[in-house]
Design a protein around this ligand. Structure first.
Ligand code: GUN
Ligand code: ZN
Length: 673
């Protein structure tokens, strides 16, 4: 049974709620590591002054000091730390590794039992930490030993949540095997272990590969903890990988060494003349002041600064996920160190796993941040889908016009758009050539075509990406003739290279292109239906929707489609955020009549039917069947178990997640019977 629920997503990142005996937690979340005996800042102050919600402490350290042990056994770990918030305990794995302790030092089952006795909210198994230097054979052996311990520990967890660490070092195959096996066991949290030495050596790309290899197999309904990642410069990227929990011992260790953390990197206090930070510590003192203090005082203030910076970054990460801006935040942070930028590219090259997790449509625009933007999963997905599902495949005249950066396209090319509205697709297809590929005119309002902001000066990667996507589109279309409208934009350089694929006539003047389009009018065209058919094909892969007698209503101010009605009933409305159609209940019936794919049908357990029929959301725990190709953000039909329509709505999760989660909303119902 999972205790985790998802509220918002971006890439693999999620805003979650993690329910514990000591309260509900909002993730991503950072736990300061508390040493039971020498926490320089009291846990109470960490809650009240800094806003931390949860701590992690070490059960092995508690158990091996009589003073701590006695108190913890009498008053619980909460009594020992003097707080009433959720507390996670680690097992001593890291101490075994760091101090090279003998195997007999900690018994794997005894330490689980002890964590239960002291009332830990989340205990941890005694996994085996491998140093990256030891070589694959040893890492494999350690991983298998961790697995054996996991198997014997998980049955003993009782009421306590238990964290089962994935090991396997930098070897993706070992990480995959570890995660696949661990996933079969009922752990409540899945930490990614063994990354501390990688963090210390800035080996972020290795962390990305290891984490994604694990994420591929971990159950989506359990929080993932990146063990020992406490530096704010990596939080955004780690959240993007799907890490929900973080712990930081670094705030204190760094302070001890006079190191000043920022979300852009680490600085030696001695080298600073200014304190480039807005936290209370840095506002009240100066670099000179800090440097001339007694070591103890300096350490205390540095520690506080490190904590303020770290928790602020976690808040920023959470807000960014809700805004669909985490990838941009990670891109900004990646400018703090070349290894972070390299890691971000490694991440983005794992398109399939990112795409599966990414919701369709986001709350805000995609801003170009650098060459990584050409790999943006939403832009890639849009282009792939256009190539797979664009309805019109054959035309006399293909008109290619470069994206001038203005939105909507109507503002850049009003005459061309007016002209093409008079034609049929068999006569003329108008396509915008953008740095992220082709936007057919019919799909101009679909996310992210309208919501993607590129600078007018483009880098070589953007141009090359544009080129390869445009050529793929050209290969998917039959046309008698193609024309290219020449404009003063770097996109123009694509045209020359495209001549390898097709002969393309160049036109310098918009009015000539307009005349060429108008010359192809054969009979009166219904452009609204042309657009809607393209949209149905793109959105639901429905080829020939019968809309006889439908009325299409446009927005007076923007000219965008607003809704479609039939016999005075609205059947579809356009969702402004995604540019996709949302059916009403009647529209849902129409989709069924047109044999909409099972990808877009979510089947509910009979217990849930009365709730959905009253307009309540379709909860994950009642989902009986959902298609693995279904993505979060899609407009779907909600069905009962005999395939009868009971409602329509927007998917909050993808198909696999809907089946995995036992908490939270699977589909937000828009309309029901
Ligand atoms: N602390 C930092 N890394 C690890 C790890 O791999 N396992 C455990 N149990 N604790 C850690
Ligand atoms: Zn500061």
């Amino acid at each position: 049974m999972s205790h985790f629920e998802i509220r918002a997503k971006e890439c693999l990142a999620r805003i979650g709620v993690f329910k514990t005996r000591h309260g509900d937690l909002r993730t991503p979340l950072l736990m300061p590591v508390i040493h039971p005996g020498k926490s320089a800042i009291s846990p109470t102050e960490l809650i009240e002054e800094f806003g931390f919600q949860m701590f992690i402490t070490n059960s092995y350290i508690i158990k091996s000091h009589d003073r701590f042990k006695k108190k913890a056994l009498q008053e619980g770990v909460h009594g020992l730390l003097g707080v009433d918030v959720p507390i996670m305990t680690d097992s001593g794995t890291f101490q075994m590794y760091f101090h090279q302790l003998p195997e007999e030092e900690i018994d794997p089952l005894e330490i689980i039992e002890f964590q239960k006795q002291i009332g830990s909210d989340v205990g941890t198994i005694l996994d085996v930490f491998s140093d990256p230097k030891v070589g694959k054979a040893q890492v494999e052996q350690d991983m298998r030993k961790s697995l054996e311990r996991a198997k014997i520990s998980v049955d003993k967890k009782g009421e306590m949540y238990l964290a089962g660490t994935v090991q396997g070092g930098i070897y993706s195959d070992l990480r995959e095997e570890s995660a696949r096996e661990m996933a079969k066991l009922d752990f409540d949290v899945y930490p990614i272990g063994g990354v501390v030495p990688l963090m210390e050596r800035y080996r972020y790309a290795d962390i990305v590969r290891a984490t994604l290899a694990a994420k591929k197999h971990l159950p989506p309904d359990r929080p993932v903890h990146l063990f020992g990642c406490g530096h704010p410069m990596f939080f955004a990227q780690a959240a993007l990988l799907g890490c929900d929990l973080f712990d930081s011992a670094g705030y204190a260790k760094f302070a001890e060494d006079g190191r000043y953390m920022l979300n852009t990197g680490t600085y030696h206090l001695k080298s600073l003349r200014e304190l480039p930070c807005e936290c209370p510590v840095c506002s009240r003192t100066t670099a000179e002041g800090l440097n001339s203090m007694k070591k103890r005082d300096r350490e205390d203030l540095l520690m506080r600064h490190n904590l303020y910076v770290s928790i602020a970054e976690i808040r920023r990460v959470r807000q960014a996920i809700m805004d669909g801006k985490l990838l941009e935040l990670a891109a900004a942070r990646a400018r703090g160190h070349p290894n972070l930028l390299e890691a971000l590219h490694v991440f983005l090259d794992h398109y399939d796993i990112i795409e599966e997790a990414s919701p369709i449509g986001a709350a805000s625009s995609i801003f170009y941040t650098g060459t990584e933007t050409t790999k943006h999963p939403e832009l890639r997905r849009f282009q792939k889908r256009v190539i797979r599902r664009y309805k019109y495949r054959s035309t006399d005249l293909l008109v290619l016009v470069p994206d001038l950066g203005g939105r909507p396209y109507f503002d850049s090319y009003p005459d061309l758009i007016r002209a093409v509205r008079k034609t049929k697709a068999e006569d003329v297809i108008l396509a915008f050539v953008t740095p992220f590929g082709i936007v057919p005119w019919e799909l101009e309002h679909v996310y992210p075509a309208q919501q993607c902001i590129f600078p007018s000066a483009l880098d070589v990667d953007a141009i090359n990406t544009g080129l390869s996507r445009v050529s793929r589109f050209l290969q998917s279309i039959r046309f008698e003739k193609a024309v290219w409208l020449c404009k003063d934009t770097p996109m123009n350089s694509i045209r020359e290279k495209l001549s390898a694929f097709a002969s393309i006539e160049i036109m310098e003047k918009t009015s000539d292109v307009e005349a060429a389009i108008l010359a192809h009018i054969n009979e009166r065209a219904n452009w609204k239906l042309r657009k809607i058919r393209a949209l149905f094909k793109y959105q639901w892969d429905i080829d020939d929707i019968n809309l006889d007698g439908a009325r299409v209503v446009l927005s007076k101010s923007t000219g965008k489609i607003r809704y479609i009605s039939m016999d005075d009933d609205i059947v579809f409305t356009l969702v402004p955020l995604t540019g996709l159609m949302a059916p009403t209940f009647k529209g849902g019936k129409l989709l069924l009549e047109h044999g909409i794919s099972t990808v877009y049908r979510v089947i509910m357990d009979d217990d849930a039917v009365p709730f959905v029929e009253q307009g309540k959301s379709a909860l994950s725990k009642f989902v009986k069947a959902a298609h693995p190709d279904l993505r979060a953000g899609e407009e779907v039909l909600i069905m009962d178990s005999s395939d009868r329509l009971i409602g329509v709505g927007r998917a909050n999760l993808n198909g696999n997640e809907m089946l995995a989660f036992s908490r939270g909303v699977a589909v937000s119902t828009r309309h029901s019977k």
